[in-house]
Design a protein around this ligand. Sequence first.
Ligand code: ADP
Length: 871
Amino acid sequence: MTRAAAHTPLIQQYLDIKARHEDAILFFRVGDFYEMFFEDAEVGSRLLGITLTARNNGGSADVPLAGVPVKALGEYLPRLVREGRKVAICEQVEDAAEADGIVRREVVEIVTPGAVVDESLLEAGRNTFVAAVARGAAVAAGSGAAATGPAAVATADLSTGELEAWECGPQGVADELGRLEVSELLLPADAAEPGPGPWAVTRREPWRFEAEVGRDVLKRAFGVAGLEGFGLAVPRDAHLVAALGAVVGYLEEVRPGGLRHLRAPRVHRRGRHLHLDEMTRRNLEIVEPLRAGDGGTLVEVLDRTATPMGRRLLRRRLLRPLVEVAPIRERLDAVGELVGQRGARRGLREALGKVRDLERLAGRIALGRATPREVLGLGRSVEPLPEICEAAATLRSAPLRSLVDGLDPLADLREEIAAAIDPEAPPAVSAGGVIRAGHDARLDELRAVRDGAVDWIARLQAAERKNTGIENLKVGFNRVFGYYIEVTRSQLGRVPDRFERRQTLANAERFVTPELKEWEAKVVEAEAGIAEREAALFRELRERLAAEVGRVQEAAERVAELDVHCALADVAARGGYVRPEVVEESCLEIRAGRHPVVETRVPAGEFVPNDVVLEDESRIMILTGPNMAGKSTVLRQVGLIVLMAQAGSFVPAGRARIGICDRVFTRVGASDSLARGQSTFMVEMTETAAILNGATDRSLVLLDEIGRGTSTYDGVAIAWAVTEDLADRVGARTIFATHYHELVELADVKPGVGAWNVAVRETDDGIVFLRRLEPGGCDRSYGVHVARLAGVPAAVVARAGEILAELEGGEAGGTRLAGLADRSRDQLTLFDARESRLADRLEGIDPDRLTPLEALVLLHELKASAGSGDG
Ligand code: ADP
């Protein structure tokens, strides 16, 4: 399709540019449209539901074409990007009037799923990350080699300029990517995918993931001679440097205009954060509910932040709590003081509420994308900064003081913006009226000239009416002819010679005079001058602000931290949370603990608090109790309380002493990994294996039923052996909720294992859930009672009760059950035969081919045969 000679120059230019952006849909600016050609046109028209047409291509065959109006970019672009597509925006970069031949065009940005700055594609409360993965030296030799060295994930948020690198174990990459909620993942062309994920994958040449290349990219991007300032050294940190370089190199490509807001990389070494694997993040419902739509996540309960920056930070903190006592205590000090100082907290929250998304505004300004309204927004966002400092005046704790005292009020930026931009500025510079009167002498002059000319024209109507005596003479304006004098047909006789006819209407004629044309030219000229001047002034201001973007980002960071502390303090004060005592020793004592989410979902005052102590004699807790008693709730609340404490939050409890955990593992019920084609039991065992292999004596392990997906004996045997291993070898603090009463015996024989149960009381008509933890095992499962609660028919429940009584009465359950079946054999056989005949009959029916009437007749027949017993 690309025989060069045959194409028109426009299509040739398109093909040249497209060749450099093979993997993107090219939006090729032609006048007021972004046009897509060839395959892009076909894909675009399909995905966007727009018309596919053809463009004449000189001598060769017509070219498929689909276009979107430039004005509607904001509507169409997000749809393509959400589909996981990349879109390269190619603009006309010179004035069509000045072009010598075909207008020069350039790709000015590439919008990808992970590299976006448009609000329509961003979520205020979470980051949008593009990430790259690189492996350490041990495996760099060949991509097929077993992953043994450390790995690194680098992430960048183009909208905020954040750049970070996360070190992780060779097997930890997929977990890390999930935790970071990555939108787009860069991978070497020859590398395997780290696992399934919601991210879009972008393949890049393998050399882009080399540490040497990465080092050069970073040095150039940050204008530094070496990476020591970032705490990075090659070869030690080859993996981190490689990942960072790959991400930055990519961003440079998608933003050819520069990345002035990109922040110096923050490096997170291994072991500096509480490790939460994917299962645990899901099971504890930290940011997403287990089943969509069920609602109720930890972040929802805790998110009382007032700013988008704060919201994003809180979410990140909950997904990555700390493991060092000192910084956790610092956070708790901050929250503690704000809990105590209600007035200061309220004042702070009020002031914080006025700050808009400083981080993203800064990003848009640095990328040269900010509109006049956004620049005004920046000005208004920094306005409340002094108010924040004032509200914090009475606060004394070191972490809050240091946050507030270092907060740059950015007064100079605010003043500069206020002095330059009209508070009523339109969204686009081209609309005019962006720069304030009095700000620029030249602009004021041009405006005076224009206003004078407009004034003269405005006065013309009265003057000419007087001169000509035409009472209804009118001066008007239209886009084609400019200013004119309109005279109705009946008055045409009185028109003087100096009027030149321009346009004839049904009952009027339009004229101009040389003088009017002269003044009109003055208006036009002045307006062009004004537009140019305004654009230049706005650009200059944006440039100056862009140079200060680092200060804005730093202030935004402080605002975000203050916001998170205030939010957590507010939740703590309202919810009656306490400050956890966070210590090094591997202990865990929670008194009167509550589940932060479940307690908000039961009627007020009805949540039953519970004590959980995992140390010494009951480092491992075997937790029994009937279904629905509250086992999972206790289990999860312990995980959540530990996580909250280590994230620097107060906790829903009467008192809590928490020894730092290095990892929290959970395995709860059957997960929907089923959808990935594994059997429940296989999933369960894979998860159990990961726990036994990954847990240490400083970990917290929360198991909710294991061995359920297999036969009872199998299940008990596995559960028993797993518990033994956790007790003898691993030494992790563990809660094991199970319906196998047999496991309770472990508590008698194994030191460090204790048995507890969630109490129920039996009454005449069933059981009452007390939701209270009590020492000792529970000797029965009450499944029959729960079946009744669930609405299983009374006859079935009664029969199950009979069978249960028989089973519990005897030593050898198996034989007795056979006996039971024996007694009912006649009945069963009769039923079986009838059932199988019915089944055969049903088998032969194709519901899609039945008319409603046939279906009704058939239903009658089936009912009759079922009833008679001889179907
Ligand atoms: P199990 O794991 O034993 O089957 P769950 O922990 O899922 O039971 O609890 C079942 C329901 O009981 C929960 O959804 C909640 O509504 C209620 N519940 C659990 N624990 C408590 C409690 N401590 N106080 C009040 N209600 C509770």
